[in-house]
Ligand binder design. Structure first.
Ligand SMILES: Nc1ncnc2c1ncn2[C@@H]1O[C@H](COP(=O)(O)OP(=O)(O)OP(=O)(O)O)[C@@H](O)[C@H]1O
Length: 259
């Protein structure tokens, strides 16, 4: 099933501090949406609110709605653990469990969800996730070796395999290539392109070329001033945002005039 996200009037607070204000945005199923904008404008905070990950910060809260296929992620009876299974996340620095084997890393999410599996099912799940993450051929002969023995780019693909092994519907990626070399970056970008056939993907990136290369839709966030909350300035088809944005601030940012 294709999963779309509808955010309306979202405010995100850290304690009393309003970090992100009034975001309304639809995120289309099976597409890649890029969040761009200067440092501190709330891209990561907003991304994390899409799977309630920001709640790990004490005092963090939201007002407004995040509907995933029509269901409010912040509804009273919604368990954040279920949300994070459905909406997976990949972080800036590859973070496989270092002493855990490649095999066990892929299954870590399933085990957290306390899902018991037969060995053959587990083997299949590991192979499927590693194939989807474009890593199978490189690691199939060393599945019992620690995840930390892989290159940075391979570790990031291992983290993608771990995220997709629980069969989420949405994948959030917070600057997934910023710690990688250019070749590994291209590999991950190609992978994002393939994964969007199956997943709804949202990526935060500081790299304008990357946003232009990988995304269908781009959302530009900005701060009205120091100490002010971040806001969504505009969003639309990536081609339009990069060639003919409606707002002058978007154009100035894309042309590298600030941020
Ligand atoms: N854990 C936190 N506690 C309090 N304030 C926070 C926390 N994390 C972020 N903030 C604040 O929220 C605002 C938005 O930060 P956020 O990291 O989401 O921005 P960003 O656009 O992702 O920045 P960058 O591009 O530098 O990663 C900033 O003012 C930041 O200082």
């Amino acid at each position: 099933m294709a999963t779309s996200i509808d955010v309306s009037d979202l405010n995100i607070y850290y304690g009393d501090f309003l970090a992100v204000e009034g975001v309304t945005i639809p995120i289309a199923a099976r597409s890649v949406t890029a969040f761009i904008g200067p440092s501190g404008c709330g891209k990561s905070t907003f991304l994390r609110s899409l799977n309630r990950m920001h709640e790990v910060v004490r005092g963090a809260r939201v007002e407004g709605k995040v509907l995933v296929d029509g269901e409010d992620l912040y509804g009273d009876d919604v368990d954040p653990v279920d949300v994070r299974r459905m909406v997976g996340m990949v972080f800036q620095r590859p973070n496989p469990f270092p002493t855990m084997s490649i095999y066990d890393n892929v299954l870590a999410g399933q085990r957290l969800n306390s899902k018991r599996m037969k060995k053959t099912d587990a083997d299949d799940a590991v192979e499927r996730a590693l194939r989807s993450a474009g890593l199978w051929a490189e690691v199939k002969d060393r599945l019992d070796r620690p995840g930390s023995g892989l290159s940075g780019g391979q570790q990031q693909r291992l983290c993608i395999a771990r995220a997709i092994s629980v069969e989420p519907e949405v994948l959030l990626m917070d600057e997934p290539c910023s710690a990688l070399d250019p070749i590994s970056t291209i590999v991950i970008e190609d992978l994002i392109h393939e994964l969007k056939a199956q997943y709804t993907i949202v990526i935060v990136t500081h790299n304008m070329q990357q946003a232009a290369r990988v995304s269908d839709t781009t959302a530009f966030f900005n701060l009205a001033g120091v100490g002010m909350p971040g806001r969504l300035v505009e969003h639309g088809a990536t081609e339009k945002i990069f060639s003919n944005p409606d707002e002058s601030a978007t154009e100035a940012y894309i042309q590298g005039r600030f941020g």
